[in-house]
Design a protein around this ligand. Sequence first.
Ligand code: SF4
Length: 440
Amino acid sequence: MTSGASDTDGAARIVRDVVCGFCGLGCDDLEVAVTGRAIAPRRACPEAARLLARTDAPPPSARIAGTPASLEDAAAAAARHLAASRSAVFSGLGADLEGLRRLYDIAMVAGASLDHAASAGLFANLERLARRGWIAATLAEVRNRCDVLVVLGADPASAFAHFFERAMPSAPVPADADAAPLFVPHAGGRSVVIVGGPLSDTSRAQLTRHDVVEITVPEDRIATAAAALSAALAGRATEALAGLPLGVAEALALLAGRLKAARYGVLTWNAATLPPEDAAAVAGAAAEAVDILNVTTRAAVFPLGGRDNVTGAHQLALWRFGYPLRTVVGAGTARHVPDLYATATALADADLLLHASAFRPDPPPGFDRGPVIALAHPGTAFAREPEVFIPVGTPGVDHAGHVFRMDSVICLPLQGLRPAELPSVAAAARAILAALGRAA
Ligand code: SF4
């Protein structure tokens, strides 16, 4: 699964089978035309096209308090601020694995709390996963085995444009023995049920070969509907059915029967787009439904997420510190307090903010209690000029790298598409570590 062969079309180099690292779904069939520094996407979803596109303009230089500087001088300035800090916060963390490794190195030297910009959904899911565990499917299992897919919440394609295309492809070409789904009899008859919705016209078009049911539920009733579904599966009478729109309770009872009859049911949701106060409850109800189903058949959850390698940041924190994100490290210790070290809360007591965002031009969160060090996309528009700005390349555009797919089981190799002129997050962080007197 590496970016594939390239050929030329006039002055442009056409690169096919490009692996995408932006949303976590890990599409590997993108195509771009590269002319000098310019990149023109030819096959990509709208989000990837927006984030891949580059002009031929030269990149900006690093800046210290708004004044252009060399990478070495900017790194030295960042190191001075870090050495003087007593309560640093590292935010964003949108970087490939090598970049994250070096950022975590800096955190261990200087002392800092760590959180990713897209971790809210992850922590809603961890409320269930960390306490009771769950049975989860990989994307390949959904694609090849799932015969009833239940979506809880909004249309997943709004955040993961190719989700249905990859998870529930249309019926295979009869002559292609390797086409998905490999293990679903009567593949054209797979079922997709969305509890929430509505599905977009694009999603409906992608799913025309499948049996699609839309159970319309307002956003603030998704958690109630999920609880009602798991109660119906358990055969419990429940007050949770109260408050649901007319006809929804009956539709959920039918869905429970359909899941019980399925060979491999999958429940999916995007915790990041659910109301924050309900996301953990939806994850818990989905996991409970799967527990009930697995007594008599096969079922699994498939939580959606993974933007900007948040899954990699989470995995790396577990390997390095034995704790997830929202942990403070330094002086040989690590302390995990998720409420305290969520970025917004941690910034209230911070004296320095280091923000990393290599995949997209997301600015740092608002902060005025101390210096800001930004290892950021060159197109970032800052509300306040950082004390140190080091523009960094994007993994999968300016340099190679690795990111985790949303299901945590695949580490995707990204390939650089154009000559590297910007340092990677890893290179910028290594320069800061050197200035701190630490070799990476
Ligand atoms: S759906 Fe996600 S992984 Fe696929 S091309 Fe779009 S941003 Fe990339």
